[in-house]
Design a protein around this ligand. Structure first.
Ligand SMILES: [Zn+2]
Length: 131
């Protein structure tokens, strides 16, 4: 029964991810749980530190600037496949993006991207959508 074992593998991977602690990349200390309206959120307890991290398994802690760029990158990417043009599916859009960034498709999540990668995404989307 491959279906069942695939499901189990998925569950184990998810549990492993959930155990991974969210750590500030600047201060190397664990982020503190500080939920925002309707969403899980973690912040660095060091005063003045802008590092934060959303919930889910496909986002890593980042500073406020990177967070803004990730939101812009997401907003730029979504219409490329939600409107079925030029990509017919999310997978197709992210396969293209992984090629542009030179990364593996499994690592291709906006929540993982650095500020520079987000800027590369915005530029690539502009190039793609400008006639
Ligand atoms: Zn910090």
């Amino acid at each position: 029964m491959t279906g069942k074992s695939a499901k189990r593998r998925h569950k184990l991977a998810r549990e492993r991810k959930n155990r991974t602690k969210k750590v500030c990349p600047i201060h190397a200390i664990e982020l503190k749980y500080a939920p925002r309206t309707n969403t899980d959120f973690w912040v660095c307890p060091e005063p003045g530190c802008e590092i934060g991290c959303g919930g889910g398994t496909t986002s890593t802690p980042c500073d406020a600037e990177t967070d803004r760029l990730r939101q812009r990158a997401h907003a730029a990417l979504d219409p490329l496949w939600k409107n079925k043009t030029p990509f017919h599916s999310r997978d197709a859009a992210y396969a293209w993006l992984a090629g542009v960034l030179g990364i593996a498709e499994r690592d291709c999540h906006v929540g993982y991207f650095t500020a520079d990668q987000c800027r590369a995404v915005l530029k690539a989307v502009r190039t793609l959508t400008t006639p």
